[in-house]
Design a protein. Structure first.
Length: 44
């Protein structure tokens, strides 16, 4: 693999990792919001 191809591969891996981190973060926030909403429904 040439250095240019290696750099491209690493850039794609970094981008994919960043996207996965954002998706996981959004999922955690969504689960937190759902939990808070459920707790709020129990104690009116």
């Amino acid at each position: 693999m040439t250095p240019d191809e290696e750099q491209r591969r690493l850039a794609v891996q970094r981008r994919n990792a960043r996207v996965m981190a954002i998706v996981l973060g959004a999922f955690v926030i969504l689960m937190f919001a759902v939990s808070i909403a459920k707790i709020g429904m129990r104690h009116p």
